[in-house]
Design a protein around this ligand. Structure first.
Ligand code: NI
Length: 202
């Protein structure tokens, strides 16, 4: 396996539409393995092939809690699905309800925004061998699948938020790039200080 480079916004490749996978070759299996390694190494829960520069309709996901005790938070549907998941040529055949979640993305590191998605989805896809799979998902897995499927159309989570917020983030990145680890630590420290100062006096 090999760790691949994750492309970040504003790389123009991230705006391209990915092509369907027609042949399930050893190269596709290798790409799926490399994508999983890249995702785990980056502490991600999902990754689309376009994020590593491959314009193929292909996703890898693993939304299971890292802490074994976190299993309690899993929904019944989530427990039924074996992860990690490799989804090739995925389609949402049905979407129901609405849910929101504070999303982030390995291609837009250090930014998080609340995005609205379907609550429950029915997915049709193929596995690495080309075999058709169909399942229903909810919870974090459903949110993550919808986020990753957006990548296949060249859409990023920051396209789903308000125009003003979206532009602010895009302009910040274009102007000053992504914050360094030190800058992020400082931002966190200030946020924690602000939160403390807002606590009611006793
Ligand atoms: Ni993403």
């Amino acid at each position: 396996m090999a760790k691949l480079e994750v492309l970040t916004y504003p790389n123009p490749i991230l705006r391209e539409v990915s092509e369907p996978v027609k042949e399930f070759t050893p190269a596709i299996k290798k790409l799926a393995e490399d994508m999983l390694e890249t995702m785990y190494d980056s502490n991600g829960i999902g990754l689309a092939a376009v994020q590593v520069g491959e314009l193929k309709r292909m996703l890898v996901l693993d939304t299971r809690p890292k802490d074994p005790e976190g299993d309690e938070d899993l929904s019944e549907l989530e427990r039924k699905i074996k992860q990690p998941l490799v989804l090739i040529n995925p389609e949402i055949v049905k979407g129901e309800g609405k849910t929101t979640y504070e999303e982030g993305c390995l291609s837009v590191p250090s930014f998080f925004e609340t995005v609205e998605r379907f609550d429950v989805i029915e997915v049709k896809a193929q596995d690495v061998n080309g075999k058709e799979i169909r399942f229903k998902a909810d919870g974090l897995l459903a949110i993550c699948i919808q986020h990753e499927m957006d990548h296949l159309e060249g859409t990023l989570f920051i396209d789903h938020i308000s125009f003003t917020k979206s532009n602010k983030i895009k302009n910040t990145i274009k102007k000053s790039g992504y914050p360094t680890k030190e800058e992020l630590a400082e931002k966190k420290r200030l946020a924690a200080r602000d939160a403390r100062s807002k606590e009611p006096a006793r």
